[in-house]
Ligand binder design. Structure first.
Ligand code: URA
Length: 311
């Protein structure tokens, strides 16, 4: 029953987990988390699961569960911002000037002038792919920029049939500035070619995080928050036919869940873009995991066939 003098709670807007990060970044989180006089249902996730015709045996302990939006929002992150070049104080133009010439600004004042900063989500909003690449390569939105050799934007063919999303660059990727070029990358290429897909021609490969976390540690929530707008913009620009997500971290981040990879793989999820387009998402094991656990390659093969059947 609605309490007197209260407005009945309207349904919360449908936002996906990455959009939530954007909203937080833009300081508009309250649009999503706005207080309601009545208990309000958790916003319906944008990710839905559809059944497939390929029953998959899950590893022990990985019970198939409907994907719910259960990911606890990461702790409030510092506003990720892209540094923009500081505008130089323009000198007086040519022409007559009345009175004495203006005194030069005191040195301290010039040095203290705060650089203009733009939130990442704002900066990427209208960027094309080349501009987005430049933004990623120059990004200083989180602490990972301090330890990187190269930010890794991603690489691949266009039009993009599959967008392959990994976690973050490793050592080789950081050295070369390209995604999946180490041993994991060799296995990924072999997996893709087994279903007739080529890195150069059909597939764009990117990561959730564009800079290498030190020692390949798991990315922190604030790093995910800072970097997510880049991946979202890549998805919007590349318009892939489907997305193949590799590994627990990328799958949980993209689908906004803490479900196990065993329960996420073997079926087709749908991701709704800002333009309302639904992109099928297939989850599989990370090649680095497959190198350590070759027995799981059979399941990864099932996942790739599932993805390929949808083409
Ligand atoms: N692992 C990833 O998740 N991404 C890469 O680019 C390389 C290794």
């Amino acid at each position: 029953m609605t309490a007197p003098n209260t407005v009945p709670a309207s349904p919360a807007p449908r936002v996906n987990p990455l959009q939530r990060l954007w909203l937080r970044e833009l300081g508009m989180e309250r649009l999503w988390l706005r207080p309601a006089p009545q208990p309000v249902a958790v916003p319906a996730p944008q990710v839905v699961v559809s059944k497939t015709d390929s029953p998959v045996v899950e590893p022990a302990g990985a019970a198939a569960a409907p994907v719910r939006d259960v990911a606890a929002p990461p702790p409030a992150a510092a506003q990720p911002q892209v540094q923009t070049p500081v505008a130089r104080a323009a000198g007086p133009g040519p022409g007559l000037r009345n009175g004495p010439p203006p005194k030069p600004a005191p040195k301290a004042a010039v040095e203290e002038a705060a650089p203009a900063v733009i939130p990442v989500a704002e900066a990427v909003k209208n960027a094309n792919l080349d501009e987005l690449r430049e933004q990623v390569l120059a990004c200083t939105a989180c602490g990972l920029c301090g330890g990187r050799r190269h930010a890794v934007f991603g690489h691949g063919g266009q039009p993009t049939r599959w967008l392959v999303v990994g976690e973050a660059p490793g050592e080789q990727e950081d050295r070369q500035g390209q995604p999946f070029v180490g041993r994991s990358g060799q296995l990924l290429d072999a997996m893709l070619s087994a279903v007739g897909m080529s890195r150069e021609r059909d597939v764009f490969i990117a990561n959730v995080i564009k800079c290498r976390p030190p020692g390949n540690r798991n990315p922190k929530p604030e790093e995910i928050a800072a970097c997510s707008p880049y991946l979202m913009r890549q998805i919007a620009l590349l318009k892939p036919e489907r997305i193949l997500v590799l590994g627990r971290f990328a799958a949980q981040t993209l689908l906004g869940t803490d479900a196990t990879i065993g329960s996420l793989r073997g079926r087709v999820h749908q991701m709704k873009t800002d333009e309302g387009r639904e992109i099928p998402v297939i989850v599989s094991y990370h090649p680095a995991y497959l190198l350590r656990s070759p027995a799981e390659k059979a399941r990864a093969w099932q996942d790739l066939k599932l993805a390929a059947r949808l083409v």
